[in-house]
Design a protein around this ligand. Structure first.
Ligand code: COA
Length: 288
């Protein structure tokens, strides 16, 4: 049977996330994580469903993509299907043809796991490369030390402050308490925690959201940031250490994150918090 593309809809999101969860494993190169869908869920269930694509064969999901912006598809496949020729060909066709409803006409971008045969198919179809990303990983076999600052798990009563620090950390952030509640209402948030770090005066200075993919699997940090006026005091390091500790308590085998290589402050912060740099990855880019 041929691999076919579908839009899972709201009812199919659990299956797509379940596939992503099962594919998270130590030793698998950087890839889309169920937490990425969990974080996207701040825009609501309908918007999330509209942004997800799945590819299946014989009733099994082989690839999941998230349109993390109208022109960027972040895609991963079952680890045992990375070298599958038919899947690579179908994916390349679907990503290349605006009529398939995956990527629009004009310039478009794709994140693809480093070991996927799809890279060759995209190159063959004229795709180039784009921005460099640096994945980082902290092993969680050993206990994680104390972050050294006050850190609390943000519940519904902290939605306001969680959202405010997000906006103070990220340019152009549209995060609001309503979006926090939309995210927390999603099924994936069961495996997530938002953490807020406070300075000695009790002011909220840094935030992170961590996403477990289940015990024994890598857990994701997405996003992490420090309010502009509080940078350079070790809060980025502290909230990242706290994130690793939270993931360890949730049973994760490692904590993973990826940031643009150009974001030298973020790379330095993750390294400072005990994360090790992994081989750089490159987004793929198609121009008209
Ligand atoms: C990245 C960010 C979290 C750093 O926060 P911070 O509180 O200033 O970082 P810290 O003070 O804890 O510094 C941690 C380490 O990074 C280094 N660092 C911080 N900013 C740096 C910069 N601009 N250039 C180089 N190194 C930097 C520090 O020297 C420190 O290293 P050390 O422990 O080896 O001395 C903050 O700049 C931020 O929120 N940026 C916007 C959001 C973002 O990019 N998030 C990460 C993307 S996933």
């Amino acid at each position: 049977m041929r691999t076919t593309l579908s839009r899972p809809g709201v009812d199919g999101l659990d299956a797509a996330a379940g596939a992503l969860r099962a594919w998270q494993d130590e030793g698998v190169p950087w890839q889309l994580h169920p937490g990425d869908i969990g974080w996207f869920r701040r825009f609501g269930a309908e918007a999330t469903a509209a942004a997800v694509r799945t590819w299946s064969r014989d009733g099994r999901i082989l690839a999941v993509g998230l349109l993390d912006g109208p022109r960027l598809l972040r895609l991963t496949t079952a680890p045992d299907a990375r070298r599958d020729e038919e899947l690579a060909r179908v994916l390349a066709e679907d990503l290349g043809d605006p009529g398939r409803g995956v990527l629009p006409e004009g310039t478009a971008y794709a994140e693809v796991p480093a070991d996927a045969l799809l890279h060759d198919a995209l190159t063959g179809n004229g795709w180039g490369t784009d921005e460099s990303w640096t994945p980082l990983r902290r092993d969680l076999a050993e206990p994680v030390g104390d972050p050294g600052v006050r850190v609390e798990v943000a519940g519904p009563e902290h939605a306001e402050v969680r959202a405010a620090v997000q906006r103070a950390a990220f340019d152009n952030s549209s995060f609001t308490p309503d979006r926090w509640h939309a995210m927390a209402a999603g099924p994936l948030y069961t495996d997530a925690r938002c953490l807020v770090a406070r300075d000695a005066r009790g002011e909220a200075v840094a935030v992170v959201t961590v996403w477990s993919a289940g015990p024994g699997r890598p857990g994701l940090l997405e996003p992490m940031g420090v309010a502009r006026e509080h940078r350079g005091h070790g809060y980025g390091r502290a909230i990242t250490v706290a994130a690793a500790g939270a993931l360890r308590r949730m049973g994760a085998s490692s904590a993973v994150v990826s940031t643009p290589s150009s974001n030298t402050a973020a790379v330095a912060t993750y390294r400072s918090a005990g994360f090790e740099q992994q081989p750089e990855t490159r987004d793929r880019r198609r121009d008209p």
